[in-house]
Design a protein around this ligand. Structure first.
Ligand SMILES: Cc1cc2nc3c(=O)[nH]c(=O)nc-3n(C[C@H](O)[C@H](O)[C@H](O)COP(=O)(O)O)c2cc1C
Length: 476
């Protein structure tokens, strides 16, 4: 059964031993973020964290690290918690093929229970805000799904975007937003500002676990995240109509914040500890005026720790980046076998492919750089043969160390676009990208002398099973 809201998922996590309730009193800073940070340092199987005894808050329920292990990610997809990561990616890719699945509109959304409007809007009275990294410039809502519409085509359901963009709280009814230029919200905002108009938005917090996955997923501009959520859930995604904007928002959210991105206004936002493992610095970013907050009684505030990988963010944007890249590449190059873009939100991608002819691998790499994700993120592409598993790093290292002749196999394309947060960019937003072709050359590219690869002996599998059996019998 897919989850219609965060609460349903948290109770499954608890039953599965994947949610830890911290009952001792803690400080909002640094305890909440430090505990979430620690989950990324204790190895696989880390639980989600629940806090409701936080000094200074009389009425707080805080969930952290909800997607922050492969076990939790598997459960979010309705898979057994021990499902290996590669199988999770493969299952994700299978479900993708069911896209689009139309959502189901429901009335009586639970977030209709409470409302603040106009001058009464006060984020601090609804959310127990706290800072994450000790150099952060303020409080952040960093796991929201932000809904906006194309101002030139507001009736187009697919062009309505649902995306995760971190939001800094800069007042009781004001937020700052960081729209990376390649992202859909930036396209919507540019169109609105060209007309001199504000851009209405709805910000949904504390969503069901599949909504959080699709909101951070690099899909095509006119593809609907709700229709993708339906495919991944195996059932229509429940949506409801937001009261002020009329936008389609998740039915089960804890909190729905509505307002506008004010046209052509900018204000300093940041610094913020980022997925790159570096702070963003303070930069001028668009600002949001909040006009209405709707929220469930006793709302759960869900937040996400990010900083030096691995953190919850890396689990959340792992498979949801690999699978779109795989599908978008395969649409033109069916030879592509698998994509691993799990590292630092896919600033690096490893792609395995069959080759049609000499030079083919480099063409695949260049296409990866022009996909929706590649445009703003992929700075290094490693291409390997079809029998090298991109998720098996010793195999990838073998290919890189034995197949690459740097003079011809390393290609540098200067001055391409990248997310402004990429620390190596110069200036921010511009970087030289690199292709490392670690495939075996095929005709007419006849470089090298690769002879015949050694393969595992046919009997090795049987022996592996025998050795494991003998070891389990205590004979080692
Ligand atoms: C926790 C988290 C925070 C994110 N913050 C931002 C952000 O501040 N700005 C941004 O443009 N993208 C951010 N992203 C990345 C986008 O959500 C992601 O790339 C998504 O695919 C964008 O989709 P879009 O092209 O539909 O806008 C964040 C993702 C996650 C998971």
């Amino acid at each position: 059964m897919p989850y219609d809201d965060l609460r349903g998922f948290l109770s499954t996590l608890e039953k599965e031993g994947q949610l830890l309730r911290i009952t001792d009193e803690v400080l909002p800073e640094p305890d909440l973020a430090a505990a979430a940070n620690a989950t990324g340092r204790i190895g696989e199987g880390a639980p989600a964290l629940w806090f409701d005894n936080v000094k200074g808050f009389t009425d707080a329920r805080i969930a952290l690290n909800v997607h922050g292990s492969w076990a939790n990610h598997a459960l979010a997809l309705g898979l057994p918690k021990h499902t290996p990561v590669k199988e999770q990616v493969e299952e994700f890719a299978r479900r993708w093929d069911a896209f689009p699945v139309a959502p189901e509109r429901r009335e009586d959304a639970p977030w209709r229970e409470n409302t603040q409007e106009g001058d009464d809007v006060d984020l601090f009275s609804v959310l127990p805000l706290f800072r994450l990294n000790d150099g952060d410039g303020g409080f952040y809502l960093d796991k929201a799904a932000v809904v906006s519409r194309d101002p030139e085509d507001p009736g187009h359901f697919g062009k309505q975007n649902v995306g995760t963009y971190r939001l800094q709280v800069i007042g009781r009814n004001r937020l700052a937003i960081q729209p990376v230029p390649v992202h859909d919200v930036a396209i919507h905002l540019r169109k609105a500002e060209e007309k001199g108009e504000d851009l209405p938005i709805a910000i949904t917090l504390g969503n069901d676990p599949v909504m959080a996955i699709v909101a951070g997923m690099p899909m095509g501009y006119d593809q609907s995240e709700y229709e993708m959520a339906g495919a991944l859930r195996g059932a229509p995604a429940p949506i409801a109509t937001a009261p002020l904007t009329g936008f389609d928002v998740p039915w089960g959210s804890e909190v729905v914040i509505e307002g506008v991105i004010e046209s052509r206004k900018r204000q300093i936002e940041g610094p913020f500890g980022e997925f790159t493992g570096h702070y963003s610095g303070g930069r001028r970013m668009p600002v949001i005026r909040i006009d209405r907050i709707s929220y469930r009684t006793n709302p759960v505030f869900e937040s996400l720790y990010l900083g030096m990988p691995w953190t919850e963010c890396d689990y959340l944007v792992g498979p949801n980046t690999c699978v779109p890249l795989l599908k978008q590449l395969r649409a033109e190059f069916p030879e592509v076998q698998a994509v691993n873009a799990m590292y630092t939100h896919g600033l690096l991608a490893v792609i395995s492919t069959k080759k049609r002819y000499g030079g083919f691998a480099k063409a695949v790499a260049m296409r990866a750089m022009t996909t929706p994700h590649g445009l703003g993120y992929i700075t290094t592409v490693v291409v390997v043969d079809e029998d090298v598993d991109p998720f098996n790093l010793p195999q990838v290292m073998w290919a890189m160390s034995s197949k690459v002749n740097a003079a011809d196999d390393v290609v540098i394309v200067p001055n391409l676009s990248v997310v402004g947060l990429a620390p190596a960019a110069q200036p921010a937003g511009i970087i030289s990208k690199m292709i490392i072709d670690a495939t075996t050359p095929v005709r007419p590219d006849e470089r090298g002398h690769f002879s015949t690869p050694t393969r595992d002996l046919p009997e090795a599998k049987e022996w592996a099973a025998k050795i494991q059996r003998l070891m389990s019998e205590g004979r080692a």
